[in-house]
Design a protein around this ligand. Structure first.
Ligand SMILES: Nc1nc2c(c(=O)[nH]1)N(C=O)[C@@H](CNc1ccc(C(=O)N[C@@H](CCC(=O)O)C(=O)O)cc1)CN2
Ligand SMILES: Nc1ncnc2c1ncn2[C@@H]1O[C@H](COP(=O)(O)OP(=O)(O)OP(=O)(O)O)[C@@H](O)[C@H]1O
Length: 182
């Protein structure tokens, strides 16, 4: 199936999840994250959840990596050119919602993509080759292209990958792994 159809279907499927469904699915995903081997990781990039799209709550993920003495990095989105810039999220960093409802850091220290060791990637659906469909603006394809080759890219989703996204293209960067409830 094509990205545009998949985007519609999985946006809708996510909206249909109840709070109870989400709590259970999230817990399963968190447990898999706590089992990751992270001894060589210093800087972890995490997305700050968009409530209107019922994304997984990443706050427990942030708390976990902080408890393991890892530094957290989050992004600000520029919708004029669909690019992301990245900042350290300290315990006292202020967060504000941008006009799309995405939480973003205020007055934080900028970080280059080359410093990132692990990136958690939001997605609507992925396939068995670990390609993904997002909200369709190409933010993450552009961002991941700047990351180091050995930076680990892990997708998070409530839904099991499908067999194949038929129109993946040369810009699409395959993830190393996708965590979904098992
Ligand atoms: N938490 C989180 N942050 C993220 C992403 C994400 O998937 N999740 N993104 C992943 O790439 C980028 C943001 N992508 C977004 C794309 C569209 C809309 C949005 O509100 N779209 C409106 C229509 C907007 C318009 O074009 O005018 C909509 O769908 O209603 C929000 C975020 C960067 N930050
Ligand atoms: N590195 C890039 N350079 C230039 N254009 C790009 C790049 N990556 C993606 N694009 C373009 O961005 C648009 C959206 O890409 P795509 O449909 O793959 O988005 P998506 O992965 O679903 O969205 P997102 O990454 O925002 O969650 C496409 O037209 C694609 O060609």
């Amino acid at each position: 199936m094509e990205k545009s159809d998949l985007r519609k279907i999985y946006k809708e499927k996510r909206q249909q999840l109840s709070s109870k469904d989400i709590e259970e699915l999230q817990e399963n995903i968190y447990q898999q994250i706590y089992d990751l081997e992270i001894s060589n990781i210093k800087n972890v990039h995490v997305f700050l959840s968009l409530e209107k799209f019922k994304e997984i709550n990443t706050n427990p993920i942030i708390d976990y990596f902080r408890s393991q003495n890892k530094k957290i990095v989050v992004s600000k989105s520029d919708f004029t050119n669909n690019s992301l810039t990245h900042f350290y999220l300290e315990k006292d960093t202020a967060i504000a919602l941008n006009k799309y409802g995405i939480p973003e850091p205020v007055n934080a220290v900028q970080v280059s993509e080359s410093k990132l060791d692990l990136v958690f990637v939001p997605l609507l659906i992925s396939d068995e080759l670990h390609y993904r469909v997002g909200y369709g603006k190409g933010f993450y394809d552009r961002f991941l292209a700047y990351c180091r080759k050995d930076c680990k890219k892990i997708g998070l989703n409530f839904f099991k990958p499908i067999q194949k996204i038929s129109d993946s293209n040369e810009f699409d960067i395959a993830l190393d792994e996708v965590i979904y409830p098992k």
